[in-house]
Design a protein around this ligand. Structure first.
Ligand code: HEM
Length: 410
């Protein structure tokens, strides 16, 4: 397949649902081009994506299985993708390396361990709602993302990993920059790489001097006592993954839910009347607007045949969660419509298989704490702009709103 016949993925992610519908009209698996001209294959439907994720001949390790990986290392226009595939952690490993790295962190996020965090999430929610009240006291427009949806998961993950206050802002800026695919320049990529060292290297240095009852301290201990289980680079990139994935995705889950409910007052009324549960709302938001719209990258270990398409060994595959969630063949003709009554809890927004999200219980618990608290406190909450005026974050990976301006009292 020549590059000229590939479909360019919009680096701004301006209309991810329309883009996935266009791709779907071209077949089950479509050759696409990521920013900078990186070639990949995009599955466009639920069943095809599921088959590919679960196929043991599909890997997440670019070093072992991506034919173009050496070229990425010497092509400045492609260097932006190193923030995703150049890192060494459970997200970019395969087989026993993946199992080893996942085991170090996953036990801290079981449903039971997550339940023990609920009281802190409730306390932070209450504090933030007081801040929101202050910001909107005189009838002012409040950005409910900046004041509420963002700081809640951010503060929780920073507490779990012992991230000191002086690193919070830089951590948030770093993760936002990794998610931003609209500026795939070598300069942006170099800044990201430098910040990974400065911010997370800074965190490791700080916790080595100031150990505490937190997960960073625990991971440093494992590295120091048992380097076979966790090397230096793996420590750095595991922190990047779990801290980054641990808040940015949940920020957008909460934000997307707020916007969906405020844009569909009849559904908010059904939730208030107890006809629709908050769990249904959360699943529907994840299905139709998954916080990770698509994730770079997976790789064909051998030639992989799926739904009439052949993905040659060594080629890259985009993991297209938004396309799967909006697939009419699976969810019917109204697939792209937010409808919390449909109870579609088979979405793949948290992934499936061996790479399934370890933070799903935490994300769900944070959302189910935050959303009722916000809507109970502000029964007349309203968007301060038309839904059509809201802007997506500039990313084909992250799916969320840049700002969510609201009025607290209608
Ligand atoms: C709404 C919130 C979230 C969404 C939508 C989400 C989504 C995902 C998805 C789709 C994957 C699978 C990636 C793949 O198949 O390659 C994943 C993996 C992962 N998530 Fe989440 N996530 C969320 C919250 C969290 C939280 C709160 C944490 C941290 C505690 C977290 C940590 C991880 C980690 C470490 C992995 C990698 C697992 C592996 O590769 O074995 N995520 N997440």
């Amino acid at each position: 397949m020549t590059v000229s016949t590939r479909v360019a993925i919009d680096p701004f992610g301006a209309d991810i649902v329309a883009e996935s519908a266009r791709l779907r009209s071209q077949g089950a698996v479509v050759p696409v081009e990521l920013p900078g001209g990186i070639p990949a294959w995009a599955p466009t439907g639920y069943d095809t994506l599921k088959r590919l994720i679960l196929d043991p001949q599909v890997s997440k390790d670019p070093r072992k299985h991506w034919a173009l990986f050496p070229k990425v290392l010497e092509t400045p226009e492609w260097s932006w993708i190193l923030g995703w595939v150049g890192v060494v952690n459970m997200l970019s490993t395969y087989g026993s390396d993946h199992t080893r790295l996942r085991r170090l962190v996953a036990p801290s996020f079981t449903a039971r361990r997550t339940e023990a965090m609920r009281a802190r999430v409730e306390a932070i929610t209450a504090e933030l709602l007081a801040d929101v009240a202050e910001a909107g006291a005189d009838g002012s427009v409040v950005d409910v993302k900046a004041t509420f949806a963002h700081p809640l998961p951010m503060r929780m993950i920073c507490e779990l990993f012992g991230v000191p206050d002086h690193l919070h802002e830089a951590t948030a800026a770093l993760i936002a920059a990794i998610m931003d695919t609209s500026d795939p320049t070598p300069e942006h990529a170099a800044w990201v790489q430098e910040q990974i060292g400065a911010v997370l290297g800074g965190l490791i240095a700080y916790k080595a001097q100031n150990p505490g009852d937190d997960m960073t301290t625990e991971l440093i201990r494992v590295r120091d006592e048992d380097g076979d289980r966790l090397g230096d680079e793996e420590l750095l990139y595991t922190l990047l993954l779990v801290i980054g994935a641990g808040f940015e995705t949940t920020v957008n889950l909460i934000g997307n839910a707020v916007v969906a409910l405020l844009s569909h007052p009849e559904q908010l009324a059904a939730v208030r009347a107890g006809e629709v549960s908050w769990d249904q709302v959360i699943d529907e938001v994840l299905r139709v607007h998954p916080s990770i719209a698509s994730l770079p990258l997976r790789f064909a270990v051998t030639d992989v045949e799926v739904d009439g398409a052949l993905i040659p060994a060594g080629d890259a595959i985009l993991t297209t969660y938004a396309a799967a969630g909006n697939d009419p063949a699976h969810y019917g003709e109204t697939a792209a419509t937010f409808d919390a009554t449909r109870a579609a809890d088979d979405h793949m927004a948290f992934g499936i298989g061996v790479h399934r999200c370890i933070g799903a219980p935490l994300a769900r618990m944070e959302a189910i704490t935050a959303l009722p608290a916000l809507f109970d406190r502000y029964p007349d909450l309203a968007l301060a702009v038309e839904p059509g005026e809201l802007k997506q974050v500039p990313s084909f990976i992250a799916y969320g709103w840049q700002e969510i301006p609201v009025r607290l009292h209608g």
